[in-house]
Design a protein around this ligand. Structure first.
Ligand code: UD1
Ligand code: UDP
Length: 372
């Protein structure tokens, strides 16, 4: 049983679902919590995945405790009905943590995709750092995206024989979507009007949604965007996350400003288009920190710490926090100093080679054989 509920989990697990579907040894059962609704459905549509179970959990502005309680009961109920041989979860969301816990309660082995990411700070990212650690204590197979992630698990005394470096499926997903866009180019033409409006301008792509940035952090981010977009040569394209804690601040501070397009969340092909148009990405997202380096796009990360240090080590990512002054200075340096830009704008792919899902399925096959 493959369990997911939010946009990034769907993006990072659809390649695994497809690889399982293509392998006659497996019968994948897809259970979505729908912790996200519209943003999950955007991915299910493009990937052509029809879930076997859909818990439709999302409520407006849901609290973590309500969400956790409903997820645990809902996912446990589906597990009772399906009795899966194994459960696969990805990353660090409430859905992933509750999926692992419900499986553990039933003594069903849990396989963790994107295991071993650690920032070392339980409040950044919040609550994801703890969610990952909880899952790591219960997981049977740990699919670490990088050697760094594998080393973090081993340092926590996880049995090294259960840890496998597979790469991150975030690199598999665009390979597949690029093929779909080649067949049907209109899939990625959703930004055409904005591209025309901002023709000749230097595009900065923005995403933001982290809970630890709510309040003061979001205010700082909005102020930085307002100041940067005051330049004539720049335009900001910002698909705004559906979380009301993000939308209220951004709408209040930025709606209607020249050189800023506040738009609805983009589906995955059109977000890929934004990544290709952008000269710089400004984000607090986990996934975007992995995708931008793969394309050689400098990514300024609006966080104090990161559990994905590989992009920073490679030089394509830089931590800038949420202070408006600092963000504006960092963006201006990249815009105005060619050498600084070129030092960051080199394609690096520390996160994978596009073969992670295939490796994960091979390892699962091996696991079933060794149990037979
Ligand atoms: C969640 C994850 C976070 C992940 C992020 C990816 C947890 C605790 N948080 O954060 O780790 O990085 O997803 O985007 O698991 N909403 C909608 N429609 C949607 C999605 C969200 O309206 O399709 C609104 C709802 O009001 C919802 C709110 O956003 O209550 C918050 O959603 P939630 O899943 O609790 O948290 P995210 O901030 O999205
Ligand atoms: N993404 C998307 N549309 C958008 C913004 C992001 O499809 O408008 C994709 C992006 O390509 C990446 C993922 O969503 O793969 C990141 O999700 P998010 O930032 O919501 O969560 P995180 O990665 O921080 O958990």
């Amino acid at each position: 049983m493959v369990i997911f509920g939010t946009r990034p989990e769907a993006i990072k697990l659809f390649p695994v679902v497809k690889a399982l579907e293509d392998d006659p040894r497996f019968t994948p059962v897809v259970c979505v919590s729908a912790q996200h609704r519209e943003m999950l459905d955007q991915v299910l549509d493009i990937a052509g995945i029809a879930p076997d179970h859909d818990l439709d959990i999302m409520r407006p502005n849901q609290s973590l405790d309500e969400l956790t309680a409903r997820l645990l009961v809902g996912l446990g109920t589906v597990m009772n009905e399906v009795s899966p041989a194994r459960v696969i979860v990805q990353g660090d969301t409430a859905t992933a943590m509750c999926g692992a816990l419900a499986a553990y309660y039933r003594k069903i082995p849990v396989d963790h995709v994107e295991a071993g990411l650690r920032s070392g700070n339980i409040h950044h990212p919040f609550p994801e750092e703890i969610n990952r650690k909880i899952i790591g204590t219960m997981a049977n197979l740990h699919f670490a995206p990088t050697e760094t992630a594998a080393a973090a698990l081993k340092a926590e005394n996880v049995d090294p024989a259960r840890v496998h470096v597979t790469g991150n499926t975030v690199i598999d997903a665009p390979h597949w979507v690029t093929g779909r866009i080649a067949e049907q180019p209109s899939l990625a033409s959703g930004l055409a009007d904005i591209e025309e409006r901002f023709a000749g301008k230097r595009i900065i792509g923005v995403t933001s949604h982290r809970r630890e940035n709510f309040g003061e952090g979001m205010e700082g981010i909005a102020e930085a965007i307002r100041r940067i977009a005051a330049r004539d040569d720049v335009a900001v394209i910002f698909p705004v996350h559906l979380n009301p804690n993000v939308r209220e601040v951004m709408n209040e501070r930025l709606a209607g400003a020249d050189n800023i397009a506040l738009i609805e969340p983009l589906d995955y092909p059109n977000f890929a288009r934004l990544l290709s148009l952008a000269e710089i990405m400004l984000t607090d997202s986990g996934g975007v920190q992995e995708e931008a380096p793969a394309l050689g796009k400098p990514v300024l990360v609006m966080r104090e710490t990161t559990e994905r240090p590989e992009g920073v080590t490679a030089g394509t990512a830089k931590l800038v926090g949420t202070n408006a002054e600092i963000i504006v200075t960092e963006i201006s340096t990249l815009l105005d100093d060619k050498a600084s830009y070129e030092a960051m704008a080199r394609a690096h792919n520390p996160f994978g080679d596009g073969e992670a899902a295939r490796r994960i399925v091979e390892l699962l096959g091996h696991e079933f054989r060794s149990q037979a």
